[in-house]
Design a protein around this ligand. Structure first.
Ligand code: MG
Ligand code: MG
Length: 263
């Protein structure tokens, strides 16, 4: 793979625009995701919304991936296919979305609970999201890639969960997957130095049970070996001094979810 592409301030603003379109798309998903909807309907909605806003769905045809969203249900970890499956109360659904806007990519994922889910699943969602933000705290100049991975892994494992090792975060910009790789595990002070101009996607994939995953014959879907649920949250972030600049946001998604609970 090629070298790390360090971004200018202008490029980071373009990646922010792409990432915010991803976030808005996920907020649209949040509005409609509920028992009774088919996951293929979510895919259609996302594709239309992205195109209506001047973007191109980044996952569609990426290495042959046939959909605009990755929708991974329950024991599926990532890269699941939207299909005719009808969501039911208690499902756990991770939705991963990418867009290309003005040639730049944005990438973010959110895991949704369908109605009431059990306590372990609630804890899995909370801990996975917390581990994402703990990783982001380390995504600053002076730290190393291993510090991000260590923060994610330490929090997840302390809570009794398994950290997926086969799939990792990544640089993002003019391509969906750039250097460096950003594992969700690691040793403090190890790996490449984080420097200004780096833009990375941090994306913990955390399993309620064991860390092991299997790869399906469809060439894409990844699921847990022990069939227990898995959660996935992802932000695109720019490395800076002091505090990471999170280019995607969960704010709108969570406003929508809060309103749904109150209605
Ligand atoms: Mg993603
Ligand atoms: Mg990603």
């Amino acid at each position: 793979m090629s070298k790390i592409h360090y971004k200018s301030v202008e490029e980071i603003e373009l990646i922010r625009k792409s990432s915010l379109l991803v976030s808005k798309t996920l907020a649209e998903i949040a509005k409609v995701i509920r028992p009774g909807i088919k996951t293929i309907e979510l895919n259609k909605l996302a594709e239309t919304f992205i195109r209506d806003n001047g973007g191109v769905p980044a996952f569609l045809n990426y290495n042959g991936f046939p959909y605009s969203l990755c929708i991974s249900m329950n024991d599926q970890v990532v890269h699941g296919f939207p299909n005719q499956h009808v969501l039911v109360e208690g499902d756990l659904v991770s939705v991963d979305c990418g867009v290309i806007l003005n040639k730049y990519y944005g990438d973010s994922a959110y895991t949704f609970a369908i109605g009431e889910v059990d306590e372990t699943v609630k804890k899995l969602m909370r801990v996975t999201k917390e581990s994402l933000y703990l990783g982001i705290e380390k995504a600053v100049v002076g730290q190393r890639v291993g510090d991000i991975g260590y923060a994610v892994q330490e929090h997840a494992e302390k809570n009794g969960f398994g950290v997926v090792k086969e799939l990792v975060g990544h640089g993002v910009g003019l391509r969906l997957h750039e250097k460096p790789e950003v594992p969700n595990y690691g040793k403090r002070g190890s790996g490449i130095k984080l420097e200004e101009g780096m833009v990375i996607a941090i994306e913990p994939m955390i399993n309620a049970g064991r860390a092991g995953v299997k790869f399906w014959d469809d060439g894409w879907t990844v699921s847990t070996v022990d069939k227990k649920p898995s959660a996935h949250y992802e932000h695109t972030v720019a490395i800076q001094k002091g505090k990471a600049d999170i280019l995607s946001t969960f704010e709108e998604i969570e406003e929508v979810l809060k309103e749904k609970v109150n209605n």
